[in-house]
Design a protein around this ligand. Structure first.
Ligand SMILES: *Cc1c(COP(=O)(O)O)cnc(C)c1O
Length: 486
């Protein structure tokens, strides 16, 4: 190959996608190659999967998702086990990462609760909870939560009616709405005359962490939460404590997303528990629970480090909580966390078919191969939205090492030049139209953020498990697209 890589870019070969055997954390746990070199997921080869579910398609490894949910739940239960002087720990799946009734059932069955941020996510989670635990569970939905800034009174009332475990208020206005909702529930007899609404408060701690400005939420100049340092948090907390309709159950902090260094979480623990202490000194109310949010990072490409395990995360948090409470002389709270990406992200691979190849000359002998695929920003908006990096592996055959590599960019078929799925990857130089590319780690914020831009039908999500497969979510059809037209 005479073509050069563009000046200033890393050497050819350094941007190749790792095989599942080399970086298992990047791939679903069942991913491997057959002797013929085809990628296998959940016991099915890529050609077997595509025969039932044409590309583009998200392929979700059910055993992997269940396993991750079980690991997070177990890690929190074990590290915060009450007999170790702790008060219990729980993991809630952040449903916004990817939620359907089936996925909600899987995570509930494996021991996680579910955090929601809308009427839709809450309704799907309630339906799953009813399936898993019976109808009684939905009137005491302690395993569910409701988040969000700018909640309406109706949304708050739904959460209170079902007694969700974590109703996380985000403003002083929401306190007023919750008070009114409880009064109405008492008046209508849904609540007893003295019954209170259990609420938490979302704090902004000032801790800076996370991948991109849009997904970093602990710093204070932003829409989420109430500032600990500015006094807004304390004002809201005092309003809740003063309201006979409400009970302040806990404090909540979510410092950001895609965080691989645990130092920020330790810092947040100190800030949240110190505020809890100050509130107790001033009012006598020691919050029984603290929720430390989500944001645990995953690997998207070979350049990302291997993320900490659920056990490492839970141990770090437990140590920080224990030390801080000892120093303050407070009883330890129950502690919960809300991983989303770390549960769903690595379980899913998007399969695309190569539809076109274009070598673009960049001058001085350098060139880049633009690889068109049958999807794009409508099924993965994260590169355009957050400059998120992904990688891609040829999945229908094992690439011939003799063929060499070419610096490539994988692009979608939308009417935007920013429609890039993989910005930089070294692909085999004999890549051909019809080859299948697998993009790993698309389980979180992939299908859940998909759009119908250009009137694309959104791809389906196919579960695979031990050689079986089915739809988690069917692919949209043109009929679906026109169904809502007035
Ligand atoms: C987004 C979000 C999460 C989950 O974040 P991940 O990065 O997917 O773990 C958890 N809690 C809250 C409040 C969130 O907004």
């Amino acid at each position: 190959m005479t073509d050069q890589i563009p000046a200033g870019e890393p050497p050819l070969g350094s941007l190749s996608c790792p095989e599942p055997e080399d970086r298992p954390d990047l791939w679903p746990t069942t991913a491997r190659r057959t002797d013929d070199g085809e990628l296998v997921l959940g016991g099915l080869t890529v050609s077997e999967i595509l025969a039932e579910a044409p590309s583009p398609v998200f392929v979700l490894d059910e055993a992997d998702l269940r396993g991750r949910a079980a690991s997070w739940a177990a890690a929190m239960h074990e590290e915060f086990w009450p007999s170790y002087g702790m008060a219990g720990g729980e993991a809630f799946y952040a449903g916004k990462a990817f939620l359907t009734t089936k996925v909600a059932q899987w995570v509930l069955e494996e021991g996680m609760g579910i955090d929601t941020a809308s009427r839709g996510e809450l309704a799907v989670s309630l339906a799953a909870l009813q399936e898993v635990s019976g109808e009684e569970a939905t009137t005491d939905a302690t395993r569910l939560g409701l988040h969000g800034n700018g909640k309406t009174q109706a949304e708050i009332a739904v959460a209170l009616t079902h007694h969700v475990g974590h109703l996380v208020l985000d403003s002083l206005e929401e306190v007023e709405l919750a008070v009114r909702a409880v009064r109405e529930l008492r008046a209508s007899g849904v609540y007893g005359p003295e019954e209170t609404g259990k609420v938490m408060v979302r704090l902004t701690t000032g801790v800076h962490a996370g991948g991109h400005e849009y997904i970093s939420t602990g710093h204070e100049d932003q829409k989420f939460g109430l500032s600990v340092h500015g006094g807004a948090a304390r004002q809201t907390i005092d309003a809740i404590i003063a309201a006979p309709e409400l009970e302040l159950h806990g404090l909540h902090s979510h410092i950001g997303s895609q965080i691989l260094d645990l130092a920020g979480f330790r810092e947040a623990v100190g800030i949240v528990l110190t505020l809890r202490h100050e509130v107790a000194v001033d009012t006598g109310h020691l919050c029984p629970e603290v929720d430390l949010g989500g944001g645990y990072g995953i690997a998207y490409t070979g350049a990302d480090p291997v993320p900490p395990s659920p056990a490492q995360v839970a141990r770090t948090l437990a140590e920080a909580v224990r030390e801080t409470c000892e120093r303050l002389g407070d009883e330890v709270p129950t502690v919960s966390i809300e991983p989303g990406r770390a549960v769903a992200g690595p379980t899913t691979v998007t399969l695309y078919t190569v539809t076109g190849l274009k070598r673009v000359e960049l001058g001085e002998g350098a060139s880049r191969l633009y690889v068109s695929i049958d999807g794009g920003m409508s099924d993965n908006i994260r590169p355009a939205l957050y400059e998120a990096a992904y990688t891609a592996l040829v999945a229908n055959r094992r690439p011939d090492p003799q063929a060499g590599l070419v610096r490539s960019r994988v692009v979608g078929k939308h009417c935007e030049s920013g429609d890039v799925v993989v910005r930089d990857v070294d692909l085999p130089a004999d890549l051909a139209v019809g080859d299948v590319l697998a993009v790993p780690a698309t389980g979180a914020y992939g299908r859940s953020m998909a759009s119908n831009y250009n009137l694309f039908t959104r791809p389906g999500v196919r579960w695979v498990c031990e050689g079986e497969s089915g739809w988690v979510l069917r692919p949209e059809t043109i009929e679906d697209l026109v169904r809502l037209e007035g």
